[in-house]
Design a protein around this ligand. Structure first.
Ligand code: ACM
Ligand code: ZN
Length: 768
């Protein structure tokens, strides 16, 4: 019997080799890359309509997933059967008490007759299945898939592989969250941090406090972009306990634990709007329509408020079986507690004293966190809190989530506390992933490109070897102030989660960015299959533009990482294949893109070069910009490149509380009558228009004469533009030196920065 089957397979392979279309080969070079892959040149396993999945009873659920994955791509679904002795054309799943590194480790052995996935636990089997499904060629014309013979041994580097989602700033339906979980599954993640309450919306049904969702789940409007204006669209939503239990099961079936976060004692305006008596002032409060940090927090001196938090946590623990409950603790201003008689009485009662490091109110926060920790521990769970927990006395058993960079993680690990690394500068996926922000979904700002995510090393410098064990693993976060649509959420997630997956799963010596890009590119076929929107920057043309001010040209270097050729055009003339760097010396419009082997085009890069009489001329800054916004210095203003709406792109200089005051040497006496530049406007980030602009001229660079001066009104709070173009003209004058002085406002009374200076951001200064 056995021999006959082998013979039939042999014939099948022969037949297929003359019918190339129907057979394709699987590729185990997946994301995240398995630890060990050793292939032999023995005959491959052929998966086809007759393949069956055999498994032990305990692995039925995992087998179902595998069958689903095969059906999703190829349209046929393998039968699932109990394991038999004589196996042929079988994918076999088995728990074995072998020498695996941990419960998530697995082995895949492929030979001509069987693909065998083993682990000591269902978790490992599941990850073996993930690796196998990602090795499939994604092509529904294929009816047979050849799996090269060999052995894969694999296990994760970190036990905690997290992804976070904020459903407070914007509400996402349960079905969308399930898709988000599916994306986590595809990248071998195992912890889902659900940020389920915040100032802008309370999203979890709490039976004892129904107003939390009746009132707290809804806000009457939302801040528009980076302005000070609001829409009047009611936004909100909440999840019933039943829905959340279903979500917990959905995740659990996929080997993911949901860690809920009730952010306390700050970020609680939605709760305060529902129950104003829980706040220090008693309100009234409203569910917040804007972003940032509210001074209104839970009253730490009110025993009812503490009871409220415990009641909420009790219901939360009943819904979410997770070992960890996140209790927040970030961004808690002390203003209200300082003024509140109850809070001050509590400080006295507890005998809290300020010291040279911390205020009494800092220790009051520690009291709240420790008390909540004790409550959670009494119920057999542990807490996670943000790294602000270190600003005072750290709750005894807390796991610290290091978000303000990595230093909190280092400090906590040195105190022998467990740590989860979520540094904003590498792992906040709400930040932009490109500097070309004008063509991106609007974002909170920042810049975390995929390559930077990939480069992240979760064990921070400064820890001794024996302290490494406290770093449980890394997690990326998506806050949703500026993400209301689910496809934008996916776009922020993908493909950065593919980079995160290798940070979490692979050893550092395994990581190779360019190799990963190839593997990730293949994975996007699965993204497409499931209809998930993803960002394509890393598969598209990359353009590096470097002004050479000394020699008076701009160098343009184009590159790409995936197959295809680079094509560019100047002023929309003919497409030219890119061979070597371009030198730009005059105004033009440049476009470029990757033309893929299948004829499809990547994203088109576009830019304008905008030269003026000031371009590439010596320039002196009379006032230094802020060190964070100096970039390449003064040349940024005369390099022929205009800034986008993103003031962090490197094409803007930013001054804080000072004039932007520059002198340009036109190098010969030149007639000038116009000066043009843009100001970046981002009122939320304290960036406004100019109070005044002056132009002065000089023949010797010492004595300047004013030729233009104008005062401007502050832009109104409902100005929604990100750029404010300034064009000034004056009677033509012949001059060698020209000085431009741009004076900022102070933050206005209606603004959170009232009493402080505002920023001024200037890009290319054109002189005509
Ligand atoms: C945070 O980003 N506020 C934890
Ligand atoms: Zn109080």
């Amino acid at each position: 019997m056995k021999r006959i089957v082998v013979a039939i397979i042999g014939i099948t392979i022969l037949t297929l080799s003359s019918c190339q279309k129907q057979i394709e080969t699987a590729d185990y070079q997946v994301v995240p890359l398995p630890k060990e892959i050793s292939l032999t040149d023995k005959k491959p396993f052929i998966l086809d309509k007759n393949t069956v999945i055999e498994c032990q009873k305990d692995l039925q659920k995992e087998a179902d997933f595998l069958a689903d994955y095969i059906e999703d791509i190829y349209g046929f679904r393998p039968r699932i059967m109990d394991a038999e002795n004589d196996m042929n054309n079988v994918i076999y799943l088995a728990l074995e008490p072998n020498d695996f590194a941990n419960d998530e480790a697995y082995q895949i052995v492929v030979n001509e007759r069987v693909i065998k996935i083993t682990s000591r636990n269902n978790h490992g089997i599941f990850y073996g299945i993930q690796t196998l499904r990602k090795s499939f060629p994604v092509d529904n014309n294929v009816t047979k898939i050849a799996f090269p013979a060999g052995v894969i041994n694999d296990w994760p580097r970190f036990a905690y592989r997290g992804m976070h989602l904020d459903v407070s700033r914007h509400f996402f339906p349960i079905d969308s969250i399930k898709v988000y979980i599916d994306a986590m599954v595809m990248h071998n993640l195992n912890k889902f941090h659900l940020h389920i309450t915040d100032d802008q919306g309370w999203r979890i049904e709490i039976k004892k406090y129904p107003k939390l969702t009746e009132i707290g789940a809804w806000r009457s409007g939302t801040l528009i972009g980076k302005t000070m204006a609001y829409d009047t669209i009611r936004h909100g939503g909440c999840y019933t306990q039943e829905e959340l239990r279903d979500l917990v099961k959905y995740a659990e079936d996929r080997h993911i634990t949901i860690i809920p976060e009730i952010d306390l004692p700050g970020h609680m305006l939605a709760a305060l709007a529902s129950y104003p008596e829980l706040g220090c002032t008693g309100g009234p409060y409203e569910v917040w329509k804007r972003w940032g940090v509210s001074e209104d927090v839970i009253c730490a001196g009110n025993e009812h408020a503490m009871q409220f938090l415990e009641d909420v946590l009790l219901e939360v623990m009943d819904i979410f079986p997770s070992e960890y409950i996140h209790i927040g603790g970030d961004e808690v201003p002390r203003d209200r507690w300082k003024e509140c008689p109850k809070c001050q009485a509590k400080i006295k009662e507890l005998g809290i004293k300020a010291d040279d490091k911390h205020s009494a109110e800092d220790y009051l926060q520690s009291y709240v966190m420790s008390r909540m920790e004790q409550f959670v521990e009494n119920h057999g769970r542990h807490i996670i809190g943000w790294d602000e927990m270190l600003d005072g006395e750290l709750a005894p058993n807390a796991t610290v989530m290091s978000w303000r960079g990595s230093s909190g993680g280092v400090k906590a690990a040195k105190m022998h506390h467990n740590v989860i690394m979520t540094p904003n500068d590498y792992l906040y996926f709400d930040y932009y992933q490109t500097l070309d922000t004008d063509n991106e979904p609007f974002s909170i700002g920042g810049y975390n490109p995929v390559k930077k995510v990939y480069s992240y090393e979760p064990i921070p410098d400064g820890l001794d070897e024996d302290e490494h064990k406290y770093i449980l693993g890394p997690q990326a976060n998506i806050w949703t102030e500026y993400t209301s649509e689910f496809n934008v959420l996916l776009y922020r997630l993908l493909p950065r989660i593919g980079a995160l997956a290798e940070v979490q799963w692979c050893n550092p010596e395994q990581k190779d960015y360019e190799d990963w890009v190839q593997r990730e590119y293949r994975l996007t076929k699965l993204y497409k299959l499931y209809g998930w929107r993803y960002a394509t920057h890393i598969f598209d043309i990359d353009v590096r533009i470097t002004p050479n001010v000394k020699e008076g040209f701009i160098e343009v270097v184009m590159s790409k990482l995936v197959d295809g050729k680079i094509v560019y055009s100047i002023d929309n003339q003919n497409d030219i294949e890119y061979k070597e760097p371009l030198r730009i010396t005059e105004n033009c419009h440049l476009e470029g893109y990757v033309l893929r082997p299948d004829g499809s085009q990547g994203r088109v890069f576009r830019t304008d070069f905008d030269f003026s009489k000031a371009s590439m001329k010596p320039i002196v800054l009379m006032e230094q910009p802020h060190k964070n916004y100096t970039f390449n210095g003064a040349d940024v203003l005369i390099d022929g490149l205009r800034g986008s709406t993103n003031y962090r792109s490197g094409r803007w200089l930013g001054w804080y509380g000072k004039n932007a005051d520059v002198i340009i040497d036109l190098q010969e006496v030149t007639e000038v009558s116009t000066v043009k530049f843009n100001l970046n406007i981002n009122m939320k980030d304290w960036i406004f228009n100019a109070r005044s602009v002056k132009v002065l001229v000089s023949d010797d660079g010492d004595d300047f004469e004013e030729v233009f001066a104008q005062d401007f009104d502050l832009l109104s709070a409902d100005y929604t533009g990100s750029l404010y173009p300034v064009e000034i003209t004056f009677s033509p004058v012949n001059t060698r030196y020209i000085e431009i002085v741009i004076t900022p406002f102070d933050c206005p009374e209606c603004h959170s920065g009232y009493g402080y200076p505002a920023w001024i951001f200037v890009d290319e200064i054109g002189v005509y």
